[in-house]
Design a protein around this ligand. Structure first.
Ligand SMILES: Nc1nc2c(ncn2[C@@H]2O[C@H](COP(=O)(O)OP(=O)(O)O)[C@@H](O)[C@H]2O)c(=O)[nH]1
Ligand SMILES: [Mg+2]
Ligand SMILES: [Zn+2]
Length: 305
């Protein structure tokens, strides 16, 4: 029996990268279907093989986490691609991505694109906002203004976050995910400027997810990302997805304080004192209200965009 990781699932085949780096084409044992288990890209598995094209996926090892969109298991790093301009940098969107990563115990990395075309004012504004995220402890990669980074510079900035890990690129359409991946590996030749609409989002086409070997790790090359899990996060769990709120919340008077209307709330006091950025707190409150106002869902989890 060999150990490996599923890097691609297509037309009933699972492509497994073995520990030695070789890729095997396998089919899953019938028992998975019977037990209603779907192997996922990213799964660590045990498999047998006759040849490189004829293998059998025998067993799925326990998952560390599981993202719905893209459907990838065992994600270590989430690289959030945020453009500085076109579309404009949005801390509230960034916070949504961060919450979904924190919730799944995935290490976030923030990468800012399009700094080469940003105005001086845009750059200064985003730089200040990025400093807030750095102060919280997040890794923020911010290239200089009017500069386009070379492949080597991009590799150097991302190597530590990707090497030996399973990573996913996430970020809204047009942020520059495909452009960045192509710069990291020109053989990928991903289409640029392709919108999620033209890729059939919303219809029942299943685009395949693939992990590509890069920088000594694997990166999920996916055109879109909407694995925001506000359907399952509970009210009381949300502040644990905002590290600086979580830390300050230890000092709140009430056990289970959600830092909204409670008296003697240490988080609110820290916001007033300027120790917690007010835009972070505002984004927290609006997500909290979203959770409080959501209606019970009866559909299948992860089926909605
Ligand atoms: N000037 C500039 N344009 C970029 C950069 N990254 C992406 N673009 C452009 O932004 C548009 C969307 O890029 P794309 O990589 O398709 O975004 P994706 O939807 O996130 O994959 C394309 O027209 C790219 O040429 C960048 O760093 N600088
Ligand atoms: Mg793209
Ligand atoms: Zn509180």
């Amino acid at each position: 029996m060999e150990k490996g990781q599923i890097i691609k699932a297509l037309s009933g085949f699972y492509y497994i990268q073995s520990e030695s780096g070789k890729i095997y084409q396998t089919r899953a044992r019938g028992i998975f279907r019977k037990d209603n288990i779907t192997p996922l890209v990213g799964d660590y598995v045990q498999f047998f093989f006759e040849t490189e094209k004829e293998g059998t996926l025998e067993e799925i090892l326990p998952r560390k986490n599981e993202l719905k969109r893209p459907a990838v298991a065992n994600v270590d790093t989430g690289i959030i691609i945020m453009s500085m301009t076109d579309p404009a940098f949005s801390p509230s969107l960034l916070d949504r991505y961060l919450v979904s990563l924190e919730y799944n115990a995935i290490q976030p990395v923030i990468f800012i694109t399009k700094t080469d075309i940003a105005s001086e004012d845009e750059y200064e504004k985003v730089e200040k906002e990025c400093q807030v995220y750095k102060d919280i402890g997040y890794t923020v990669i911010l290239p200089e203004r009017q500069v386009e980074w070379s492949t080597d510079e991009i590799h150097a900035a991302l190597e530590e976050s990707v090497s030996g890990k399973t990573a996913v690129f996430m970020g809204q359409s047009g942020a520059g995910k495909s452009t960045l991946l192509n710069k990291m590996d020109s053989s990928l030749q991903l289409k640029i400027g392709e919108t999620s609409k033209s890729l059939g989002r919303g219809r029942h086409t299943t685009r395949h997810v693939e992990l590509v070997p890069l920088l000594g790790g694997l990166i999920a090359d996916t055109p879109g990302f909407s694995a925001l899990q506000f359907e399952i996060i509970e009210e009381a769990e949300l502040s644990s997805c905002f590290p600086e709120l979580w830390e300050m919340g230890m000092n709140c008077r009430f056990n289970g304080c959600v830092h909204q209307n409670e008296p003697n709330c240490a988080v609110k006091e820290a916001v007033e004192a300027g120790d917690i950025a007010s835009f972070r707190y505002t984004n927290y409150l609006s997500l909290l209200e979203e959770i409080q106002n959501r209606k019970p869902k009866y559909g299948k989890k992860g089926d909605r965009t």
